[in-house]
Write a protein that binds this ligand. Structure first.
Ligand SMILES: Nc1ncnc2c1ncn2[C@@H]1O[C@H](COP(=O)(O)OP(=O)(O)OP(=O)(O)O)[C@@H](O)[C@H]1O
Length: 229
Protein backbone atom coordinates (compact mmCIF):
# COMPACT_ATOMS: atom_id res chain seq x y z
CA UNK A 1 0.00 0.00 0.00
CA UNK A 2 2.90 2.31 0.89
CA UNK A 3 6.45 1.88 -0.37
CA UNK A 4 9.44 4.15 0.07
CA UNK A 5 12.49 3.31 -2.01
CA UNK A 6 15.74 5.03 -1.03
CA UNK A 7 13.82 8.16 -0.14
CA UNK A 8 15.73 11.28 0.87
CA UNK A 9 14.50 14.75 1.63
CA UNK A 10 16.75 17.76 1.99
CA UNK A 11 14.99 21.03 2.71
CA UNK A 12 16.51 23.99 0.87
CA UNK A 13 17.25 25.83 4.11
CA UNK A 14 18.98 22.92 5.79
CA UNK A 15 22.21 21.02 5.17
CA UNK A 16 21.27 17.86 7.05
CA UNK A 17 18.71 15.63 5.29
CA UNK A 18 15.34 15.33 7.02
CA UNK A 19 15.08 11.84 5.48
CA UNK A 20 18.18 9.93 4.48
CA UNK A 21 17.89 6.91 2.15
CA UNK A 22 14.77 5.42 3.75
CA UNK A 23 13.44 2.17 2.30
CA UNK A 24 10.34 0.62 3.85
CA UNK A 25 6.92 -0.68 2.98
CA UNK A 26 3.51 -0.95 4.61
CA UNK A 27 1.12 -3.64 3.47
CA UNK A 28 -2.57 -3.09 2.96
CA UNK A 29 -4.40 -3.35 6.28
CA UNK A 30 -1.34 -2.96 8.51
CA UNK A 31 -1.21 -0.77 11.62
CA UNK A 32 2.19 0.87 11.99
CA UNK A 33 3.62 3.23 14.59
CA UNK A 34 6.21 5.68 13.33
CA UNK A 35 8.39 6.82 16.19
CA UNK A 36 11.62 8.74 16.73
CA UNK A 37 12.84 11.82 18.54
CA UNK A 38 11.70 15.30 17.61
CA UNK A 39 13.22 16.25 14.25
CA UNK A 40 13.88 12.65 13.16
CA UNK A 41 11.73 13.03 10.04
CA UNK A 42 8.32 11.57 10.94
CA UNK A 43 6.23 14.52 9.77
CA UNK A 44 8.38 14.85 6.66
CA UNK A 45 7.63 11.23 5.77
CA UNK A 46 3.89 11.81 6.19
CA UNK A 47 4.11 15.01 4.11
CA UNK A 48 5.76 13.11 1.26
CA UNK A 49 3.00 10.48 1.33
CA UNK A 50 0.39 13.24 1.00
CA UNK A 51 2.38 14.99 -1.70
CA UNK A 52 2.57 18.11 0.44
CA UNK A 53 6.20 17.98 -0.61
CA UNK A 54 8.29 15.91 -3.04
CA UNK A 55 11.33 13.77 -2.22
CA UNK A 56 14.82 15.00 -3.11
CA UNK A 57 15.73 11.45 -4.07
CA UNK A 58 14.11 8.03 -4.28
CA UNK A 59 10.52 7.03 -4.94
CA UNK A 60 7.36 7.20 -2.83
CA UNK A 61 4.52 4.86 -3.76
CA UNK A 62 1.00 4.94 -2.35
CA UNK A 63 -1.28 2.28 -3.84
CA UNK A 64 -0.20 2.51 -7.50
CA UNK A 65 0.69 6.17 -7.48
CA UNK A 66 4.27 7.31 -7.80
CA UNK A 67 3.50 10.19 -5.47
CA UNK A 68 6.52 12.40 -6.12
CA UNK A 69 5.95 12.22 -9.88
CA UNK A 70 2.21 12.62 -9.80
CA UNK A 71 0.89 15.37 -12.08
CA UNK A 72 -0.47 18.25 -10.03
CA UNK A 73 -3.99 17.73 -11.37
CA UNK A 74 -3.95 14.14 -10.06
CA UNK A 75 -2.98 15.10 -6.49
CA UNK A 76 -6.59 15.62 -5.33
CA UNK A 77 -7.41 12.03 -6.36
CA UNK A 78 -4.52 10.75 -4.22
CA UNK A 79 -5.62 12.82 -1.22
CA UNK A 80 -9.20 11.62 -1.55
CA UNK A 81 -7.97 8.13 -0.80
CA UNK A 82 -5.97 9.20 2.26
CA UNK A 83 -7.41 10.37 5.54
CA UNK A 84 -5.41 12.58 7.88
CA UNK A 85 -5.62 13.31 11.56
CA UNK A 86 -3.41 15.78 13.42
CA UNK A 87 -2.52 16.61 17.00
CA UNK A 88 -4.43 19.91 16.87
CA UNK A 89 -7.65 18.43 15.33
CA UNK A 90 -7.94 21.13 12.60
CA UNK A 91 -11.72 21.33 12.60
CA UNK A 92 -13.41 24.19 10.77
CA UNK A 93 -14.42 26.46 13.68
CA UNK A 94 -17.47 27.99 12.00
CA UNK A 95 -19.08 24.71 11.02
CA UNK A 96 -20.94 22.28 13.26
CA UNK A 97 -19.68 18.78 13.95
CA UNK A 98 -21.99 17.38 11.26
CA UNK A 99 -21.01 20.08 8.78
CA UNK A 100 -17.31 19.43 9.39
CA UNK A 101 -17.77 15.80 8.42
CA UNK A 102 -20.15 16.61 5.55
CA UNK A 103 -17.70 19.12 4.13
CA UNK A 104 -15.17 16.38 3.44
CA UNK A 105 -17.74 14.77 1.16
CA UNK A 106 -19.04 18.00 -0.39
CA UNK A 107 -15.60 19.00 -1.65
CA UNK A 108 -15.30 15.75 -3.57
CA UNK A 109 -18.75 16.15 -5.08
CA UNK A 110 -20.71 13.45 -3.25
CA UNK A 111 -24.46 13.77 -3.77
CA UNK A 112 -26.48 15.36 -1.00
CA UNK A 113 -28.57 12.25 -0.28
CA UNK A 114 -25.38 10.20 0.25
CA UNK A 115 -24.02 12.83 2.63
CA UNK A 116 -27.29 12.84 4.58
CA UNK A 117 -27.02 9.09 5.14
CA UNK A 118 -23.30 8.67 5.67
CA UNK A 119 -22.57 11.54 8.08
CA UNK A 120 -24.86 10.28 10.89
CA UNK A 121 -23.48 6.76 10.42
CA UNK A 122 -19.89 7.84 10.86
CA UNK A 123 -20.77 10.11 13.81
CA UNK A 124 -22.43 7.12 15.47
CA UNK A 125 -19.29 5.10 14.86
CA UNK A 126 -17.24 7.64 16.85
CA UNK A 127 -19.95 7.85 19.56
CA UNK A 128 -20.93 11.39 18.68
CA UNK A 129 -24.33 10.62 17.26
CA UNK A 130 -26.01 13.13 19.55
CA UNK A 131 -23.60 15.98 18.93
CA UNK A 132 -23.94 16.69 15.21
CA UNK A 133 -25.16 20.23 15.87
CA UNK A 134 -22.46 21.23 18.33
CA UNK A 135 -19.77 23.72 17.36
CA UNK A 136 -16.11 22.63 17.68
CA UNK A 137 -15.60 25.15 20.51
CA UNK A 138 -18.18 23.22 22.55
CA UNK A 139 -16.28 19.94 22.40
CA UNK A 140 -13.69 18.36 24.65
CA UNK A 141 -10.31 17.50 23.12
CA UNK A 142 -11.24 13.85 22.86
CA UNK A 143 -14.54 14.67 21.17
CA UNK A 144 -12.85 17.06 18.75
CA UNK A 145 -10.37 14.36 17.79
CA UNK A 146 -13.22 11.89 17.26
CA UNK A 147 -14.84 14.38 14.87
CA UNK A 148 -11.51 14.73 13.06
CA UNK A 149 -11.30 10.94 12.77
CA UNK A 150 -14.89 10.74 11.52
CA UNK A 151 -14.05 13.35 8.90
CA UNK A 152 -10.89 11.49 7.87
CA UNK A 153 -12.72 8.17 7.63
CA UNK A 154 -16.06 9.18 6.13
CA UNK A 155 -14.83 8.65 2.58
CA UNK A 156 -13.38 5.21 3.48
CA UNK A 157 -9.75 6.03 2.69
CA UNK A 158 -7.21 3.38 1.76
CA UNK A 159 -4.78 4.84 4.27
CA UNK A 160 -5.26 6.82 7.46
CA UNK A 161 -2.27 8.95 8.42
CA UNK A 162 -2.22 10.22 11.99
CA UNK A 163 0.40 12.70 13.17
CA UNK A 164 0.48 12.58 16.99
CA UNK A 165 -3.30 12.21 17.26
CA UNK A 166 -3.14 11.74 21.04
CA UNK A 167 -0.53 14.45 21.69
CA UNK A 168 -3.03 16.85 23.28
CA UNK A 169 -5.08 14.29 25.19
CA UNK A 170 -4.94 12.75 28.66
CA UNK A 171 -4.11 9.03 28.77
CA UNK A 172 -7.69 7.82 29.21
CA UNK A 173 -9.01 9.92 26.34
CA UNK A 174 -6.03 8.88 24.25
CA UNK A 175 -6.95 5.25 24.91
CA UNK A 176 -10.41 5.90 23.47
CA UNK A 177 -8.86 7.39 20.34
CA UNK A 178 -6.65 4.32 19.94
CA UNK A 179 -9.65 2.02 20.26
CA UNK A 180 -11.25 3.97 17.44
CA UNK A 181 -8.15 3.80 15.24
CA UNK A 182 -7.98 0.05 15.84
CA UNK A 183 -11.62 -0.28 14.86
CA UNK A 184 -10.95 1.64 11.65
CA UNK A 185 -7.91 -0.55 10.98
CA UNK A 186 -10.08 -3.66 11.37
CA UNK A 187 -12.26 -2.43 8.49
CA UNK A 188 -9.18 -2.89 6.28
CA UNK A 189 -7.86 0.67 6.33
CA UNK A 190 -4.08 0.88 6.57
CA UNK A 191 -3.08 3.08 9.54
CA UNK A 192 0.26 4.85 9.89
CA UNK A 193 0.56 6.82 13.12
CA UNK A 194 3.46 9.05 14.13
CA UNK A 195 3.68 9.29 17.90
CA UNK A 196 5.79 10.09 20.95
CA UNK A 197 3.40 8.22 23.21
CA UNK A 198 5.40 5.43 24.80
CA UNK A 199 2.49 4.09 26.81
CA UNK A 200 0.29 3.63 23.75
CA UNK A 201 3.03 2.00 21.66
CA UNK A 202 3.96 -0.36 24.49
CA UNK A 203 0.37 -1.34 25.23
CA UNK A 204 -0.65 -2.04 21.64
CA UNK A 205 2.34 -4.09 20.49
CA UNK A 206 1.99 -3.29 16.81
CA UNK A 207 4.67 -2.86 14.19
CA UNK A 208 7.08 -0.08 15.17
CA UNK A 209 9.20 1.79 12.62
CA UNK A 210 11.75 4.11 14.19
CA UNK A 211 13.52 7.02 12.52
CA UNK A 212 16.69 8.55 13.87
CA UNK A 213 18.18 11.64 12.21
CA UNK A 214 16.22 10.84 9.06
CA UNK A 215 17.42 7.24 8.82
CA UNK A 216 15.44 4.06 9.37
CA UNK A 217 16.77 2.90 12.73
CA UNK A 218 14.44 0.02 13.58
CA UNK A 219 11.50 -1.92 12.18
CA UNK A 220 9.96 -4.39 14.66
CA UNK A 221 6.83 -6.47 14.42
CA UNK A 222 4.88 -6.23 17.67
CA UNK A 223 7.41 -3.65 18.86
CA UNK A 224 7.75 -1.45 21.90
CA UNK A 225 8.69 2.23 22.14
CA UNK A 226 12.23 1.78 23.30
CA UNK A 227 14.52 -0.87 24.60
CA UNK A 228 15.87 1.36 27.39
CA UNK A 229 13.40 1.92 30.18
N1 LIG B 1 9.76 23.16 5.98
C1 LIG B 1 10.98 22.86 6.47
N2 LIG B 1 12.07 23.57 6.09
C2 LIG B 1 13.31 23.27 6.55
N3 LIG B 1 13.56 22.27 7.42
C3 LIG B 1 12.52 21.53 7.83
C4 LIG B 1 11.18 21.77 7.39
N4 LIG B 1 10.36 20.88 7.97
C5 LIG B 1 11.15 20.10 8.74
N5 LIG B 1 12.44 20.48 8.65
C6 LIG B 1 13.58 19.84 9.33
O1 LIG B 1 13.59 18.49 8.95
C7 LIG B 1 13.94 17.65 10.06
C8 LIG B 1 12.83 16.64 10.30
O2 LIG B 1 11.67 17.32 10.75
P1 LIG B 1 10.26 16.62 10.97
O3 LIG B 1 9.27 17.69 11.26
O4 LIG B 1 9.99 15.70 9.83
O5 LIG B 1 10.55 15.75 12.27
P2 LIG B 1 9.56 15.00 13.26
O6 LIG B 1 10.19 13.69 13.53
O7 LIG B 1 8.20 15.02 12.69
O8 LIG B 1 9.60 15.88 14.57
P3 LIG B 1 8.46 16.12 15.70
O9 LIG B 1 8.39 14.84 16.47
O10 LIG B 1 9.01 17.25 16.52
O11 LIG B 1 7.19 16.47 14.99
C9 LIG B 1 14.21 18.58 11.23
O12 LIG B 1 15.59 18.81 11.29
C10 LIG B 1 13.46 19.85 10.83
O13 LIG B 1 14.08 20.98 11.38
Amino acid sequence: MIRLENVSKVYPTSTRPALDDVTMGVERGEFVFLIGPSGSGKSTLLRLLLREDVPSGGTVWVANWNVGRLARRRVPRLRQRMGCVFQDFRLLPNKTVGENVAFALEVIGKPRHTIRTVVPEVLDMVDLGGKADRMPSELSGGEAQRVAIARAFVNRPLVLLADEPTGNLDPETAGGIMTLLERINRTGTTVLMATHDRQIVDSMRRRVVELSSGKLARDDDRGVYGTVR
